[in-house]
Design a protein around this ligand. Structure first.
Ligand SMILES: NC(=O)c1ccc[n+]([C@@H]2O[C@H](COP(=O)([O-])OP(=O)(O)OC[C@H]3O[C@@H](n4cnc5c(N)ncnc54)[C@H](OP(=O)(O)O)[C@@H]3O)[C@@H](O)[C@H]2O)c1
Length: 251
């Protein structure tokens, strides 16, 4: 199947590593051009080199309120037309509901909730019919994850915000969707497993709860995200797409 990505331009945040990078890889492999960003200039440079021609990069912290406008301007300059965006950010601090201090909730609101929203507001005026916005959320949209209170609290709200945005942008032919990773083997997951004190045991426990009995590979997420962003998915909007090996108990 031709995804129709040839020559199209996409802005990706949180994309020097992990799920954002895997999506950039899948987009570039299918002929798209990408502008990737994350906080560390060094990581962005390394990721751009690894993606090869068709990739540009700029350091940007999505939690900084001044980031969005500049990032969109940079994307328009480098890519010409921006046909869509994948918005991913670093995960929020771990902790239970009762142990998570208010300051951590505030930081989570800045990075997980307001960061993506600011970028959407800056980007939308420059999008044309056929564009798509994908938000990297979490399976916590559908069911709580232990010890990730902030994700459980904020991501369902962002998912419904994306649903409302799909209503608002649908008449202009712009699509909006969310991606809900379960456990995909990125640095973030390695950090969470290491923090448990026994990473192997933590991995085995996770895998036992997944119907496919294994965690996902970043490229398995990247391919789904690239398809959903592509013109091949032109009638897909207002949906949350789990990429979780069957983990979610909700349909
Ligand atoms: N992997 C999973 O299984 C899984 C499951 C559920 C939800 N998620 C969520 O999906 C998102 C991506 O996860 P991941 O596994 O790809 O994480 P990751 O491997 O840690 O990569 C995170 C990426 O985001 C960048 N980043 C972090 N904070 C940022 C910020 N404030 N502004 C811009 N870029 C930022 C990082 O680069 P810099 O350090 O250079 O900024 C890096 O490129 C997270 O929100 C995570 O909670 C992941």
């Amino acid at each position: 199947m031709d995804l129709g990505l040839g020559g199209r331009g996409y802005l990706l945040t949180g994309a020097s590593r992990g799920l954002g990078f895997a999506t950039a890889r899948a987009l570039v492999d299918d002929g798209a051009r990408v502008l990737i960003s994350s906080r560390s200039a060094e990581s962005v440079d390394a990721a751009v080199s690894s993606l090869g021609s068709g990739a540009f990069g700029v350091p940007a912290d999505l939690a900084d309120p001044d980031t969005a406008e500049g990032l969109v301007a940079e994307a328009r300059e480098r890519l010409g037309t921006v046909d869509g965006a994948l918005i991913s950010v670093g995960g929020p601090a771990p902790g239970t509901v009762l142990s998570t201090p208010e300051e951590a909730w505030r930081d989570g609101v800045e990075s997980v909730l307001l960061g993506p929203l600011r970028l959407v507001r800056a980007l939308v005026p420059h999008l044309a019919e056929g564009a798509a916005i994908g938000l990297v959320l979490s399976i916590s949209v559908k069911q709580p994850i232990g010890h990730l209170a902030i994700s459980n609290g904020l991501r369902p709200g962002l998912a419904m915000t994306a649903k409302a945005l799909a209503d608002e942008l649908g008449p202009r032919g712009i699509r909006v969707f969310g991606l809900l990773p379960g456990t995909i083997a990125t640095d973030r997951i390695a950090e969470i497993e290491a923090a448990s004190g026994d990473p192997e045991k933590a991995r085995a426990r996770t895998e036992a709860g997944i119907p496919l009995r294994r965690v996902g590979r970043p490229e398995e997420f990247g391919r789904v995200a690239a398809f959903a962003l592509s013109p091949a998915a032109s009638y897909l909007t207002g949906v949350m797409i789990p990429v979780d090996g069957g983990l979610s108990r909700a349909l």
